[in-house]
Design a protein around this ligand. Structure first.
Ligand SMILES: C[S@@+](CC[C@H](N)C(=O)[O-])C[C@H]1O[C@@H](n2cnc3c(N)ncnc32)[C@H](O)[C@@H]1O
Length: 310
């Protein structure tokens, strides 16, 4: 390992197709995914609806901005609940990956007519590109609900991204950010090895989001998923012959073709660290996953104390 330059490792973000394969392989292992989706559709959507303070003019549309919406599976759960209250939604979706957007469009077709009240404005852009193009064109559209789920770490400056998103929130609106917490083994791995940390790959977790809101005195609340077994099987990460294990190693290390690229000593060090974090059950190896959702609120009452957003 002495002569190996870890700075040359390429991050997963350099190959979106491969990244999607890795996330799909990871999701296959998440046995709690159906329960989690149910939680999003019931508890989380109820929290968002409770906190929204939106009265629309007759025939007016509820405006949603989806940032890094991916395949749309999580946002779909939220929008289908919001539709019950606001039957017309204008949904601006920002995602730089055409593959992801195609999957989202496929989901909409599958869910029709349940999503018939939603009109879409697709933007094949990163959040930074969207900010730049909307500022250049003088588009200052404000949204009632903004969701940025598991994507803000791909922006070079998360505080600037939060500042921009909060500025695009209507008074009475909600900005929802989903992200891993620092109890999540994936965050521990990222912090320990710091592989392929470029502008697109910084190790943010929910603590950084809360710190920003505290600093800006923005009111927020944190919603955690129920704390039952949120782990996933990584047993085949230790099997050199497993293609699936190689994809999960890429996902965990954030490195493109990790097993095929790093010297055996670094692969061993990485696997040893995984074992240190892991729990063993029924002869299998599991890592722990944890994330939370943070709802930032923009109250309608004019601010008399000087606090941001109040
Ligand atoms: C981990 S996926 C999350 C997808 C979805 N939000 C979810 O919760 O299932 C990250 C998504 O962010 C998108 N993305 C990557 N860089 C981005 C950026 N700079 N701005 C906005 N979206 C980005 C990716 O294309 C991908 O669809």
């Amino acid at each position: 390992m002495e002569n190996f330059d870890v700075n040359k490792l390429q991050s997963l973000c350099n190959d979106v197709d491969h990244y999607i394969l890795c996330t799909q392989e990871y999701e296959k292992r998440v046995a709690w995914l159906p329960d989690y989706m149910k939680w999003v559709n019931t508890y989380l959507a109820t929290q968002v609806l409770d906190k929204l303070d939106v009265t629309l003019p007759e025939g007016g549309a509820f405006r949603h901005l989806g940032v890094g919406s991916g395949e749309g599976v999580v946002e779909y759960q939220l929008l289908s609940r919001i539709l019950n209250k606001h039957p017309s939604i204008h949904n601006t979706v920002i995602d730089p990956s055409s593959k992801q957007v195609d999957l989202y469009k496929k989901l909409i077709k599958e869910k029709a007519p349940a999503l018939d009240g939603v009109r879409y404005d697709w933007r094949l852009q990163t959040l930074g590109e969207y900010q730049q193009s909307s500022e250049e064109s003088g588009d200052n559209t404000k949204f009632h609900f903004i969701s940025a789920l598991y994507c803000l770490y791909y922006e070079p400056d998360m505080d600037a991204a939060l500042e921009f998103l909060y500025s695009r929130l209507e008074p009475g609106g909600v900005l929802l950010v989903g992200m891993e917490t620092d109890s999540c083994d994936m965050i521990k791995i990222e912090q320990h090895f710091q592989f392929a940390q470029d502008d697109m790959n910084q190790f943010f977790c929910t603590r950084d989001i809360c710190a920003y809101y505290e600093k800006q005195r923005i009111p927020y609340l944190v919603c955690n998923q129920p704390d039952d077994q949120r782990d996933f099987d990584i047993t085949d990460c230790f099997d050199d012959a497993s293609d699936e294990g190689a994809l999960v190693l890429d996902f965990l290390s954030n490195v493109l073709h990790f097993r095929q690229t790093v010297p055996p000593s670094l692969l061993k060090e990485f696997r040893d660290y995984l074992k240190k974090l892991a729990t063993l059950r029924d002869g299998k190896v599991f890592l722990y996953y944890d994330s939370a959702y943070i709802l930032a609120l923009k109250n309608k009452v004019p601010n008399i104390s000087g606090d941001a957003g109040l």
